[in-house]
Design a protein around this ligand. Structure first.
Ligand SMILES: *Cc1c(COP(=O)(O)O)cnc(C)c1O
Length: 323
């Protein structure tokens, strides 16, 4: 493969440092990778993916980019900023709480105002909102939106949810290399996971280095490993390789996603407070807070020890979406 084209948007490498107080409290050697500080459009993991995705959109001379997500999507916010910068329109199909049957949205999700939505409006993103839908219905609505724009004569670049294409995963393969070059040797790395390209890309990098990678899911769906394997296969295809990993190769814990995708949890909120008070670092209620709650539980159960890297994927603007 020739190196994919990249438009620099983020400030790399993101910092990596030890969490001294939490390490003392928990009895492990705990480090953090600060992808909340990617810098672009308030940071978060999506900036890395957008560098490659937007380069491809530009190569294809796209006039409109179409994607989808939850109304408070961090991806749509960063995508909106990249589109505005590069002179492309950004249209997104959204709903507040996309869900996977048989699970249903339970409890209060984040509102469809404030937080990321405020930033989307500032950036001129077209949000096409609908009441709660299944993920499948949401993807279909994004397709219909893209078809409609194409019929109007626009050149449309379609991006799957969360930017999880082969290129999105490639960005995280690079991120894994960045971390390996930067830090000491880790026994395990823990990240939030959802649409799959963060875990797929990191998995490829860390498994090559013999480091265990654990994804703590933001969605309760038990077959998330299949989705991640599918994204991983797209990454392998970029290299002209057949799929290297199966669903069972990915360590995914879905138990911390409760009560539902997009709905904050009590353990996630407690983990956010612990991180803020011990280290002055803010996590978010939908992804990184739940992921850190998973890390804490695994340490307490003796399932994680030694030197651990917590990959902070960002998402802090959604803290301000709370009523
Ligand atoms: C999108 C997102 C994730 C999940 O990353 P995927 O690549 O979609 O699995 C994790 N944390 C935050 C803050 C996110 O916005």
């Amino acid at each position: 493969m020739t190196e994919p084209r990249r438009i620099p948007l983020t400030l790399l490498p993101t910092p990596m440092h030890r969490l001294d107080r939490l390490s003392d409290d928990l009895g492990v050697d705990l480090w953090i990778k600060r992808d909340d500080l990617t810098g672009f459009a308030m940071g978060g993991n999506k900036g890395r993916k957008l560098e490659y995705l937007m380069a491809e959109a530009q190569t294809q001379r796209a006039t409109t980019v179409v994607s989808c997500g939850s109304t408070q999507s961090n991806f749509i916010r960063q995508l909106g900023a990249a589109c505005a910068m590069l002179g492309m329109r950004c249209a997104a199909a959204v709903c507040d709480l996309p869900f996977e049957p048989p699970f249903e949205p339970a409890g209060e999700g984040l509102p469809s105002q404030g937080g990321n939505v405020l930033l989307d409006e500032m950036l001129g993103v077209e949000l096409h909102w609908s009441p709660n839908q299944t993920w499948t219905e949401l993807y279909a609505r994004a397709d219909a939106l893209a078809d409609e724009r194409q019929q109007r004569g626009e050149t449309v670049y379609r991006i799957p949810i969360g930017g999880s294409s082969g290129l999105g995963a490639y960005a995280f393969y690079q991120a894994g290399q960045e971390a390996l070059a930067q830090g000491p040797e880790f026994d395990a790395v823990v990240t939030a996971t959802s649409s799959g390209s963060t875990q797929a890309g990191l998995h490829r990098a860390f498994s090559e280095a013999g480091v265990r990678l654990i994804g703590i899911a933001a969605d309760p769906e038990p077959d998330l490993g299949e989705d991640i394997a599918a994204v991983s296969a797209k990454l392998d295809a970029l290299w002209g390789q057949s799929p290297k990993f199966n669903a069972h190769d990915f360590e995914v814990d879905v138990t911390f996603a409760q009560p539902a995708y997009g709905v904050p949890s009590a353990t996630g909120n407690a983990a956010i407070e612990l991180m803020a008070r011990a280290e002055g670092i803010f996590l978010d209620p939908i992804y990184s807070g739940k992921a850190f709650a998973g890390l804490l539980a695994m340490v307490q159960r003796g399932e994680l020890e030694g030197r651990i890297l917590f990959w902070h994927t960002g998402g802090t603007p959604s803290l301000f979406a709370h009523p």
